[in-house]
Design a protein around this ligand. Structure first.
Ligand SMILES: Cc1cc2nc3c(=O)[nH]c(=O)nc-3n(C[C@H](O)[C@H](O)[C@H](O)COP(=O)(O)OP(=O)(O)OC[C@H]3O[C@@H](n4cnc5c(N)ncnc54)[C@H](O)[C@@H]3O)c2cc1C
Length: 406
């Protein structure tokens, strides 16, 4: 019998950790995964496609029940962990059961934030985080009026999905441009035009003052006096790491659960990965860092000497027909140079930010095919002088003309 290893949370990071670990040292740990959601781990990234009716719920499943069984993983789902008894190394579940652990991994993800305005908990005011949320959102039906609050990735994908389902959608955003944390002004303006062409009304510099209704939402009141009639409101204003269990157990918390380069928390034998973890002051809200952390932790639990040093972020928007990619320091620091390529006829815009002869950031609109290649260049920090003249035209041309190494 292997050493008992308990993972709290049956999300994307947990599934990846189980996969990485069982590939490396099958049988070394007796793994148990505890999940609050009443289903097998699924691909949360595809929830937008589920809302837009582009995939089915079954297609979201990351691993089959058989996959988990074949690797000897005990799955407890539909039942949250409610306490960690660190002194005796035991996890307590909501149904009263307890599980001993030698090693414990917290992979509890995040919770969506609701604005602290009146009416925020009225019926019909929803969030967009899990399958249950999508099921609620899909009840909207054609012809109903939906207001999405938040013009980031999540808000745009929610607005698009609801519009595809036949709702009349308004997108309310506090800032002066959409996706301001991922896009420069030019790309954001192009994105706005595309989203509006898909039937979504976009309101920027719009601050929500209150949500009105008697029992059920009826309207969103904006600070400037405007009032948007609504049958449904979706909060997509951000997420907060889910640290409740860790806090009660006395682990060090800042915004997320504080971890070191070995993904270890402040308590011996307890680790944290994914959106609930905070590494060097950063809580990531994307899947790639969660997967990198899962891989590093699996290697360490398998006895290797691996370290997590942080992740370079890249964003891909999933609104069908709108290709947007952004990564790294796309706004550019002092002294950085920009290569800009734009084709209004094809609705293409590319901005590459270069500092010290290295690519440090990129924004792509319309043609995003080279996004992963640019991301590799940013991550590797490779000098780009030899390919600079072709850099903006993409990998194929740049590599075809790259001088051969002597
Ligand atoms: C609509 C949508 C679209 C997205 N699109 C993208 C994208 O395009 N690109 C990208 O990089 N990222 C995207 N993301 C973010 C991505 O899904 C997350 O970064 C990823 O899921 C994080 O994985 P995680 O395992 O840390 O958290 P999660 O996948 O959220 O898993 C955490 C799990 O832990 C469970 N849990 C919490 N507390 C307990 C408890 N006490 N006991 C038991 N279980 C518990 C939760 O119920 C949840 O199932 C998107 C997210 C959403 C919602």
């Amino acid at each position: 019998m292997g050493e008992p290893l308990v993972i709290i949370g049956n999300g994307m990071a947990a599934a990846r950790l189980a996969e990485e670990l069982t590939t490396r040292v099958l049988g070394r740990y007796a793994i148990a995964v505890i999940g609050e959601e009443p289903r097998l781990a699924y691909n949360r990234v595809l929830l937008s496609s589920l809302l837009a009716d582009e995939v089915t719920t079954a297609e979201l499943e990351l691993k089959s029940a058989r996959w988990w069984r074949d690797r000897g993983v005990t799955l407890v789902y539909g039942c949250p962990a409610v306490a960690i008894e660190t002194d005796i190394r035991r996890v307590r579940l909501a149904n009263g059961a307890t599980l001993p652990y030698a090693k414990l991994v917290l992979a509890t993800g995040s919770r969506p934030i609701r604005l602290p305005v009146s009416g925020a908990t009225l019926a019909g005011v929803l969030t967009f985080r899990d399958i249950a949320d999508v099921e609620n959102l899909r009840h909207t039906g054609a012809g109903r009026r939906a207001v999405v609050i938040g013009g980031g990735l999540l808000g745009l994908e929610a607005a698009h999905g609801l519009a595809r389902a036949g709702a009349q959608v308004s997108l309310v955003h506090l800032m002066d441009r959409l996706m301001e944390r991922q896009l420069d002004a030019r790309a954001a303006a192009m994105l706005r035009a595309e989203v509006e062409a898909r039937g979504v009304t976009v309101l920027t510099r719009a601050e929500t003052a209150a949500i009105d209704g008697r029992g059920h939402v009826e309207a969103v009141a904006l600070r400037d006096g405007r009032r948007l009639e609504a049958d449904l409101v979706v909060f997509a204003i951000g997420i907060r790491p889910n640290v409740d269990l860790a806090r009660t157990a006395g682990l060090a918390i800042d915004r997320g659960i504080t971890v070191d380069d070995g993904l270890a928390t402040s308590r011996a034998g307890i680790f944290a990965i994914g959106e609930c973890a905070e590494h060097k002051g950063t809580c990531y809200g994307l899947i790639e860092p969660a997967y990198e952390q899962a891989r590093i932790l699996a290697r360490r639990l398998a006895g290797e000497n691996a370290h997590y040093t942080g992740s370079v972020l890249a964003t891909n928007l999933k609104v069908s027909g709108v290709n947007v990619f952004s990564a790294g320091d796309f706004l550019g620091r002092a002294g950085a140079e920009e290569i800009v390529l734009t084709d209004p006829g094809l609705n293409v815009y590319k901005k590459l930010v270069i500092a010290d002869d290295r690519l440090v950031g990129v924004v792509l609109f319309g043609d995003t095919i080279d996004g992963p290649w640019y991301l590799d260049l940013i991550r590797s920090g490779a000098p780009i002088a030899a390919i600079r003249h072709h850099l903006a035209f993409g990998r194929i041309l740049a590599e075809a003309t790259e001088p051969m190494a002597a």
